[in-house]
Design a protein around this ligand. Structure first.
Ligand code: WTA
Length: 677
């Protein structure tokens, strides 16, 4: 018990808890057209049929050489899927669709300014642009298979083009979310060892044309200080040939892509047949320490998994217009804007702007004009649109057959608004629970088979066998009404291969806790620990409560409390920093930042502002604290640990519980008073 008390505040502890809701069923019309209507799929993907069941997903792809071993466990828990196979992701997302669908739109690019025309890029045009840029990367930037390249790009069509050009060559792309700061980009350049940075000069966000090029200069300078030299910065222009950023180009280092591309017009580059287990990309994500983890995703397994889940969970058909309103800078965008939909020859929408600009009718105008029929977004966007434009969807003539929610738990009330108002009662909804690490969905209903339950993600998707353990490693059975650590019993092809350059951290973070035998080569001994708390209801549906570790989900964006704390510690006056998640009715959570200053220093509003600004510079605006509380001391255990649990209770206006065992119980009252003001 004493040990438990010291455990830092987790989201789960302050998560919204709601009861079990009744089932909703998809319409007959939806079922009649669905890709997957056979309930036997769960049997086909049962543990008894594991791992061979995943052949079904691999067979959705075209292989240069077919694989000969479905799952190699010899280097457990670094699983190798489809061993011996040779494949290229760019070929599967582009070239193979040309014979029948070259004139079909692959990407609808929607600029934020509404007076700019939507750009409809056909598969043929995508093929041409990917080839020309691949030729440039190979020849001008000197990149080859296995090299890493960092992308710091916003939501423009050139981002998927860049990713697919890298994939064509076997170059490992590492896209950094456009809203991250130059510092955050630098850290990722250094960790991945990239000597090329691909960026954009500017992009629109909420009505402003932002200067993005300035981040590249900061990133390259800081990376060099940390020992990683960037030789070339390739800059896509928001308006080719026009200056949109006042940050000058550095001679001999920075190049406008559209200038250099002229030398590559008409060039074609054969896709490089890559081993199935060759890394396709890195995606950095937050964990329990300040240092982000580079999740390494493979080629064959990842692509098979996102193609399979896009087909059966997203119900994507080639004739669909699919819009996932996430950012490609996060895993959702990689898997379910780019690789999944394009591998299935769908039309995918890339939207530059924010959902509520210039008004909350914008998403529905886009849906109407492009005749979008599959829509995918996060609870934070749904909550915001519900709050500021509850009557907007009804004004527009669009019809969704299918909608997704992803990224955080969704409250049943919000779910019902999504269903009734956004979906007009016609769309099947899937609540998909998964992570950067997992590449694709873990739990969700299959829309035509398993009914929806508001507030519940649903059962494991086919081939995912979840299990909930308590802290001692006992299994918590379904229907027990008790929360525990949700784990996955088996590997699956979409799972990340390792943390880039840090296998020990990979094993330690995800497997050490519940591993039955660290020497074992049998996958049954290696349950994957997700880091989320969950409850399983009697019917096998999982309700995700939130993180058990030091990760906060702000507007569906994953941030580490330690990352924010180390950013605050950059300010020289700061002695100690503690971050706790605070419930917010739109964003889900926001970080509250508690600060203790070095001895002899006085708190001031200027100092609080400086600390807040520093967090934004170090990480990005998404990490901006709700409030910086400068306290005279942190509540601490006798062994000197900061009691984040107590701070979390104060910030959330909850009972702080018994604090008499603290080293300094009197401070709790002082901080509570301060926070109440
Ligand atoms: C949370 C995003 C409840 C969860 C794809 C997970 C969810 C973290 C859901 C991963 C959902 C994601 N319901 N919680 N449907 N989806 N989460 O890596 O805590 O950015 O561990 O991946 O988001 O966030 P990440």
């Amino acid at each position: 018990m004493a040990e438990k008390e010291i455990v830092e505040t987790s989201e789960a502890e302050i998560a919204v808890h709601w009861g079990e809701e009744k089932f909703y069923h998809p319409s007959v019309k939806f079922i009649a057209q669905a890709n997957m209507t056979d309930p036997a799929v769960y049997e086909r993907f049962s543990l008894d049929n594991f791992p061979n069941c995943f052949k079904e997903y691999a067979d959705l792809l075209d292989w240069y050489e077919y694989w000969d071993e479905i799952l190699d466990t010899s280097d457990a828990p670094c699983w190798k899927w489809f061993k011996g196979g040779k494949i290229n992701a760019s070929y599967n997302c582009v070239d193979r669709h040309l014979a029948k669908n070259k004139n079909k739109t692959a990407i609808h690019f929607v600029s934020e300014p509404e007076d700019e025309k939507v750009e409809h890029i056909t598969y043929q045009e995508l093929f041409v642009r990917v080839n020309e840029f691949a030729a440039l990367l190979q020849d001008f930037a000197g990149l080859k298979a296995g090299d890493r390249v960092t992308l710091h790009m916003p939501m423009i069509a050139e981002l998927p083009i860049t990713m697919l050009a890298c994939a064509r060559l076997g170059v490992i792309h590492s896209e950094v979310f456009g809203g991250f700061s130059g510092r955050a980009c630098a850290d990722r350049i250094v960790d991945s060892g990239s000597n090329v940075l691909i960026t954009a000069d500017a992009y629109y966000r909420a009505g402003k044309l932002l200067n993005h090029k300035q981040n590249a200069d900061i990133a390259v300078d800081l990376a060099e200080k940390d020992g990683q030299k960037v030789d070339k910065v390739l800059v896509w222009q928001r308006y080719p040939g026009k200056v949109s950023s006042e940050t000058p180009m550095v001679e001999g280092r920075d190049y406008f892509v559209n200038d250099v591309l002229k030398d590559y017009y008409g060039q074609r580059v054969d896709p490089v047949p890559m081993p199935a287990e060759a890394p396709l990309f890195l995606m950095y994500t937050s964990g329990t320490t300040g240092k982000p983890k580079g999740c390494q995703h493979g080629t064959g397994g990842y692509l098979a998994y996102v193609a399979g889940t896009s087909k059966y969970v997203q119900d994507i058909h080639p004739e669909d217009v699919y819009w996932c309103m996430a950012d490609i800078g996060w895993i959702t965008g990689h898997s379910y804007i780019v690789y999944g939909p394009l591998s299935l020859c769908a039309s995918t929408v890339v939207f530059e702007g924010v959902p509520n600009y210039p008004d909350p009718g914008r998403p529905w105008r886009i849906a109407q004009n492009l005749d979008v029929n599959i829509f995918h977004t996060a609870p934070t966007a749904i909550r915001a649109l519900r709050k500021i434009g509850p009557d907007e969807p009804a004004k527009y003539n669009y019809h969704f057959k299918h909608m997704t929610t992803v990224g955080e738990p969704i409250e049943p009330e919000v779910w019902k608004w999504y269903y009734e108002v956004v979906g007009k009662g016609e769309a099947a909804i899937v609540d998909t629970w998964w992570q950067t690490e997992t590449g694709g969905f873990l739990c969700s209903t299959i829309p035509a088979i398993t009914p929806m339950k508001p507030g519940s993600a649903g059962p494991g998707v086919p081939g995912i066998h979840a299990i909930i353990y308590d802290d001692e490693g006992n299994v918590i059975p379904s229907g027990a009404g008790k929360a525990g650590n949700i784990c996955i019993q088996n590997p699956w092809p979409g799972g990340f291969q390792t943390i880039w350059g840090d296998r020990d951290r990979f094993v330690e973070t995800y497997y050490a806790r519940y591993c039955k035998d660290p020497k074992s080569k049998d996958w049954r001994d290696w349950p994957y620990m997700t880091g989320d708390a969950a409850v399983e209801s009697e019917d096998g549906y999982y309700r995700i409560l939130g993180r058990i570790d030091d990760v906060i989900n702000v507007s569906g964006h994953r941030l580490g409390t330690k990352e924010i704390e180390s950013a605050a510690l950059v300010v020289e006056e700061v002695a100690e920093a503690a971050v706790v998640p605070v419930a917010h009715d739109i964003k889900g959570k926001e970080p509250d930042l508690y600060i203790a200053l070095k001895p002899g220093l006085e708190a001031s509003d200027e100092l609080a502002q400086k600390i807040s600004d520093t967090v934004c510079v170090e990480i990005g605006k998404i990490a901006k604290p709700r409030k910086v509380w400068i306290v005279t001391d942190m509540p601490k255990t006798r062994s000197g640990k900061i009691m984040r649990r107590v701070l979390g209770a104060i910030s959330n206006d909850k009972d702080v519980g018994d604090v008499t065992t603290l080293a300094n119980p009197e401070i709790v009252e002082e901080i509570t008073k301060m926070a109440k003001k």
